[in-house]
Design a protein around this ligand. Structure first.
Ligand code: BOM
Length: 141
């Protein structure tokens, strides 16, 4: 659900600052991670893909080849309130997007394409949070 996704995004997004430098993602491109879900934000920069890899590694959510670690992702999402309502859906959507871009060799470039695909599909599935929903739960993490 979008509510659960707001919690996941708020928690995951807290690791963005730690990853900014090593990923080369400037604050002008993405000031705060909650804006990932904004209509106005285009998920296109390779550096965002590098940042997502760095952030995911803080929580062991990716394998060494920068694909999603299914078990760890399930467990991570299930750790949030009502997370079991979202985990299967979210893992399924991400995996479906990964399959569409598995020909892209560069990890950062592939991950940003997978993330853009996931954003579109999550909106279609009605599980994308509003930025305001994320902001409302930021203080919990
Ligand atoms: O093959 C790489 C898979 C990684 C894709 C990551 C997509 C996540 C997009 C950003 C949304 C964040 C919300 C929660 C974070 C959990 C990863």
């Amino acid at each position: 659900t979008a509510e659960v996704m707001s919690h996941v995004t708020a928690h995951f997004g807290k690791s963005l600052e730690e990853c900014r430098e090593e990923s080369g993602l400037s604050p002008e491109v993405l000031e705060a991670f909650q804006h990932f879900w904004s209509e106005d934000f285009e998920v296109v920069h390779r550096e965002l893909g590098c940042a997502l890899i760095c952030m995911s590694n803080k929580f062991s959510l990716m394998n060494d080849d920068a694909t999603m670690h299914h078990v760890n992702m399930h467990d991570y999402i299930k750790g949030f309130p009502q997370g079991e309502l979202l985990s299967e859906k979210m893992v399924g959507l991400i995996h479906n997007c990964e399959k569409q871009f598995d020909d892209v060799k560069d990890d950062c470039s592939r991950v940003v394409k997978v993330a853009a695909c996931f954003k579109v599909d999550a909106k279609k599935a009605g599980i994308a949070p509003e930025v305001a929903m994320i902001e409302a739960v930021m203080e919990k993490y």
